[in-house]
Design a protein around this ligand. Sequence first.
Ligand code: ADP
Length: 451
Amino acid sequence: MRARILIFSLIITIISIILFSLASTQVYYNSSVDETEEYLLVYMNLYDENDYTADQDGADALAEILDGARVTYITADGTVLGDSRQQNISENHSDRPEVIAALEDGSGYAVRNSETLGENMVYYCKAFTEADGSTLLVRIAVSIPSEWKLFVKTLPTTATYIAIDIVLCIILAFVATYFIVKPVQDLAANASKKGMVTTKYSELKPIAEVLNERNRNIERQMGEIVAEKESVNNARKTKDEFISNITHEMNTPLTSIQGYAELLKAGALTEEQKQDAYEVISTQSTRLTSLITCIINYSEIDSDEILPDEVNFSEIAREMISVLRPEAESHDVTLEDSIEDNVIVQSRHELVCEVFGNLVRNAIRYNKPGGSVTVTLNYDCLKVADTGVGIAPENRDRIFDRFFTVDKSHGGKNGGFGLGLASVRKICLKYGWKISVESEQGKGSTFTVEF
Ligand code: ADP
């Protein structure tokens, strides 16, 4: 970086010095031309005021008093009558710009490199009318150094300035690197610490913002990774719990089946005891099958990838009520319904049956003899209200957990596994429905599913 600053500043300053020296040479040259022209005007007056012959001798005499200036006498047709610098010039001078100007306007200046003498000269030519009426052109010229010569003359000074410039640029490179790099180093040190990166230099603020944005992204990603890890751990925990629950639920019927099978095998049972044993084995086998079906149904809700379709909930509700009516009657429960036609939901037929069946079956099972169940279905929601046992406040949130049953005997009066409402909640979550429950112990419960 230091070398770059050095090279960059050197290039800029050396070019500036050279350009400045060229410009000042030009200005100096122009002013010396102007000054020389003024001198020539005075010289010409000297000629005018004195009497010099228009020949070689006259030219030499005038040149002598003009401090060596070149004097040339030229006729109107360009013939050189005399020249103080070179005798017997035969070349016609009518094409010289100052001669043309003098013939046209009376006088004229020109600055050029003399073809005759090879010097850079300022010419002043003036036309005079002689006594015989002829025109005499008097040209006085003074040599001045050319622009190039002036430039070459300034070279030692320019070189001195360039040398000083190199030293200054080296110092500048060190100072600039310090002042530029230091804030960047501070910023880097700041960025390696925790928290917001700040800088008082406005030029570095965009970098600080980029660093802050990057830090925020890293923090967000770290948060996501932690959350993901947590969710993986939770999922693992849930799975372990699930398996342990299943094992526990299966254990009860299996132990019964195994125990009674052992007794039957031993052959020491009376006929009546044998009948009881067959009965228990049959009931527990049915319960085991039903548990397995419930677990499969519950697990399939997640793995089900079939896209939802328009399902006529009203038709399903009416069909299921007619199926469930005998069960309600067997529990001495009245089943009433108020179902609007063509309530269409985005779901799947089997899952709508699962939600409806579980809620209504529970309302029947957890009812009291002589009680009632009222099913209301409209475009906004499904309500299943019963006049049953109700749910204790401390259990109201937990009834939706897997394998949660209020009756812990797992083989209680109603014999549920605690997977029904868990399935209902899972299905509701899947389709963005909201399930809620209101209940009063001993008076009944109302389950509401809002679509
Ligand atoms: P289960 O198979 O045991 O019925 P659910 O998940 O369907 O499992 O219900 C969980 C628990 O919630 C039940 O054990 C029951 O105690 C309680 N419950 C569910 N519905 C009702 C209801 N309508 N009235 C009273 N209690 C209910």
